[in-house]
Design a protein around this ligand. Structure first.
Ligand code: HEM
Length: 507
């Protein structure tokens, strides 16, 4: 959606005119039984509300908030050929993801670009609800993200945390104490996930190269105008060529690591740096219901990239908002630091300490309430025509769940605008982040498609906050008197002004 803001309005105007003129020729006769979609702004034929959104001058989520105020908790936007249904209330999310969980558990059709990168929906996040999804998800959850498995990767986290602290220390020393928060947090999580995926050692240069490639892939996956208006695809041949190039580059870079891991497994002891276990090991011989053969190398790249994509920017975004909140409220920083001190004394904080830290856990929960790293859950679709809030939901609709209207609903929260970790202490307020007991805040989604990385993400966020606060005292850079909490939509919802902060080593 980010591209909408930069659209050339004149270009759109001309295109819109041509398209609208042609629409007149396309009559509505022959349409099947009328359905009652949720309300929404009237749009133009064929292009729907596309130009209203593009020309509003607002960020996409601001537009969604405006529509929510105007049309209520469920509304429709027609974006070119896509019907997008927005769901913004806890009751309706409960109806969709819990009461009608199975029906709302699918994913919509992919864009042509995403089809290439997902190997035609051969990933956990993109697969339609069915046997492929079940096989891939079961493998990811049981083979990789279970509590036992997560414990096995403890050393990987220890090493990544040491690297993180060292990088911040070096950067701070070279820049009068000033560091970029998001970039460093991203790097640390990326190191962990790369190691978990490929199980082979990589130097910092290689990690940075893969990280750059990973960012290029994410940019390439951004929606384009012709994804909404396929009629315009002849104008996008250059972009399509670029997609193929990026995909080739991705395969060229990552397939050698797959081969290296295969060889390490086939010749035990041949590579002393090889880890005892990696996500790839679960995938080499994976049996997927309805398929005869194991995943190809291309599919393995896709499945590993999914783990990297799912866990990197989401977690790092959480860290950026966390440090911003810590700087904004020194009292919070003191409470976090004092709790760490009283729990671990002078030794380094370890992930085993985290469950004992009540305030840290309350802080992280409040962080995910106030700043869910993705404002929209991944797009859902229904497996068969369904009803939601009394409206019709057709199978070709994208169902978009907007998280902040739930986690900041004044009917569910006291003073929802205020960032206050204390709300979760001594039972003042409660919320089940899995959404199983109630829908009040669901930063990881809810129901069948709930984020399988929830457990790992909570370890990573808690651990990084604890480490960063134990090692450094955080404050605003001298030119910034107040933290600006405005946000912008990138791959996740990051701070509009990327956070720079002063990190003063405590020792
Ligand atoms: C703070 C960090 C994270 C946040 C906020 C987050 C959030 C989400 C959300 C909102 C969804 C969509 C749920 C839905 O469709 O209803 C999701 C799905 C997913 N996440 Fe995460 N996630 C995080 C970390 C991770 C990690 C660490 C991994 C893996 C290592 C991961 C892997 C996935 C996958 C594979 C899916 C697709 C699940 C499916 O379609 O069945 N995420 N995540």
């Amino acid at each position: 959606m980010a591209f909408l803001a930069s659209c050339d309005h004149v270009f759109f105007g001309v295109i819109a005119f041509i398209i609208s003129a042609s629409i007149v020729l396309v009559s509505t006769k022959g349409m099947s039984k009328p359905i009652t979609l949720p309300p929404g702004p009237p749009g133009w034929p064929l292009v729907g509300n596309f130009f209203q959104v593009a020309r509003s001058g607002k960020s996409f989520f601001q537009y969604v908030v405006d529509m929510h105020q105007k049309y209520g908790p469920i509304f429709t936007l027609k974006m070119g050929t896509r019907i997008m249904i927005f769901v913004c209330s806890a009751d309706l999310v409960h109806e969709a993801l819990i009461e009608k969980a199975q029906v709302f558990a699918s994913r919509p059709a992919e864009t042509p670009t995403r089809t290439i990168f997902s190997c035609d929906k051969f990933t956990v996040n993109s697969a339609v609800y069915g046997s492929v999804w079940r096989s891939l998800r079961r493998n990811m959850v049981q083979g990789m993200l279970s509590t036992t498995r997560l414990k096995e990767f403890r050393n990987v986290r220890v090493s990544a945390m040491d690297k993180l602290i060292e990088r911040i220390r070096v950067e701070a020393k070279a820049n009068d104490g000033v560091v970029w928060v998001l970039k460093n947090a991203r790097f640390a999580v990326f190191c962990i996930l790369l190691s978990m995926c490929f199980g082979v050692e990589m130097d910092e240069k290689t990690i940075e190269k893969i990280d750059d490639l990973h960012k290029t892939v994410l940019i390439t996956l951004n929606a384009r105008l012709d994804d909404y208006l396929p009629i315009l695809s002849p104008f996008f041949s250059k972009q399509r060529k670029r997609v193929t190039e990026v995909r080739e580059e991705q395969l060229k870079t990552l397939v050698p690591f797959i081969k290296k891991r295969k060889s390490a497994l086939a010749n035990p002891g041949s590579d002393p740096t090889a880890a005892t276990f990696a996500y790839l090991d679960t995938l080499f011989d994976l049996t997927v219901e309805g398929r005869k053969s194991a995943p190809t190398d291309t599919e393995l790249v896709t499945l590993c990239s999914e783990l990297l994509n799912g866990g990197t920017d989401t977690t790092a975004t959480g860290l950026e908002w966390a440090i911003a909140r810590i700087i904004d409220n020194p009292d919070i920083q003191s409470k976090l630091y004092n709790e760490i001190k009283s729990t671990v004394g002078d030794r380094k904080v370890d992930e085993k300490d985290i469950e004992k830290m009540e305030y840290l856990n309350a802080f992280t929960k409040e962080l995910l309430r106030k700043h869910p790293p993705t404002y929209f859950s991944l797009t859902h679709a229904v497996t068969q025509p369904a009803k939601l809030g009394g409206y019709d939901i057709p199978t070709n609709a994208n169902v978009e769940i907007y998280l902040p209207t739930i986690s900041e609903d004044p009917k569910l929260w006291s003073k929802p605008d205020v960032f206050d970790p204390e709300r979760f202490l001594s039972g003042k307020e409660e919320a089940d982040i899995t959404g199983n007991k109630e829908i009040k805040m669901i930063p990881f989604g809810a129901g069948r498609r709930i984020c399988p990385g929830l457990g790992m993400a909570m370890i990573h966020v808690n651990l990084m906050v604890a480490k960063m606060v134990q090692e450094f005292e955080w404050s605003a850079i001298p030119t910034q008197s107040k933290i600006d909490f405005s946000e912008k939509l990138e791959f996740t919802t990051v701070m509009k002004n990327t956070l720079q902060a002063v990190a003063k080593p405590r020792t």
